[in-house]
Design a protein around this ligand. Structure first.
Ligand SMILES: [Zn+2]
Length: 279
């Protein structure tokens, strides 16, 4: 009677064998394929099937919205299936002697490792991305936050006091708010030193600062001409402040100049881009 209870492997005909269900998914963003194993397998065939299904799922299953959900679901249920199978058949027979069953795991597969690294990198980028939601679809800042100087755009409003005279950009980040909230400074122009005409040979920091202020003068000429009397009254006591590249970032090719209008002493609740200031 004991003999009748032993199952034989559907693949290699050896025993003992037990039923196991495994699934896998592979995705090409727009479509995905699924595989299913539902068979009576011996320990070795079950381990190989598990390795195949799990490797395919963990390396190829992630790359679509629906299949990513299946990947999580399948990989967990595959682990449960193989663990149950390992409990049922803990030993294998080899030349008449019983040996502990080998365990094959997908974790060391290069495809699985690459997929894991890509997913980790993607999640780190997503987690460190919240600044992008500072802006609405038109690029206007809609809530309080912080931006690096390289992320600043014309129209952005900053709550910040700057040490007078020291205008070399340390990169930030700088606190920003929607311009309807009290703020000290607003970016009114940004451009590139290389866009200036004339002699570009720079010697020393003073010359770099001088070129940067030329950029902002150009910005004043361009922007002020479209603004009305009400603008000049509101910003009567304001000053111009500028960010320009440091020596190091200049060497790295940074040529950006950011021009700000405002004051350390006063708070403004308007934007110079407002309709009411336009001619
Ligand atoms: Zn087998």
């Amino acid at each position: 009677m004991q003999e009748a209870q032993v199952h034989w492997c559907e693949v290699c005909n050896r025993g003992p064998a037990e039923r196991i269900g495994l699934r896998s998914v592979s995705s090409r963003i727009l479509y995905f394929n699924r595989w299913e194993v539902d068979a009576v397998l011996c320990a070795v065939c079950a381990e190989y099937s598990y390795l195949n299904q799990q490797t395919r799922t963990l390396s190829q299953g992630w790359w679509g919205p629906l299949s990513a959900g299946l990947t999580i679901f399948y990989s967990i249920s595959n682990i449960k299936s193989i663990q149950a199978h390992r409990r049922l058949i803990p030993k294998i027979l080899y030349e008449e002697s019983e040996l502990p069953r080998p365990h094959l795991n997908a974790r060391r597969n290069p495809g699985v490792i690459i997929a894991t690294l890509v997913l980790l990198t993607a999640s780190i980028i997503l987690i460190s991305w919240p600044d992008s939601s500072l802006r609405d679809s038109e690029g206007l800042i809609i809530k309080q936050g912080e931006l690096y100087s390289s992320e600043l755009q014309v129209g952005d409003c900053l709550v910040q006091k700057f040490p007078i005279g020291d205008t070399e950009d340390d990169g930030g980040p700088y606190p920003v708010v929607p311009c309807s909230q009290p703020h000290n400074w607003q970016v009114f122009y940004s451009s590139n030193i290389d866009n200036l005409s004339g002699d570009m040979s720079l010697s020393g920091d003073m010359s770099l600062k001088f070129k940067a202020s030329e950029v902002c003068e150009e910005g004043i000429i361009k922007q002020w001409s479209s603004l009305n009397e009400s603008f000049f009254m509101t910003y009567e006591d304001s000053e111009v402040y500028l960010f320009y590249p440091s020596r190091e970032s200049w060497e790295d090719g940074d040529r950006s100049v950011t021009c700000l209008l405002g004051s350390d002493a006063a708070l403004y609740s308007d934007s110079l881009l407002d309709e009411k200031f336009q001619k």
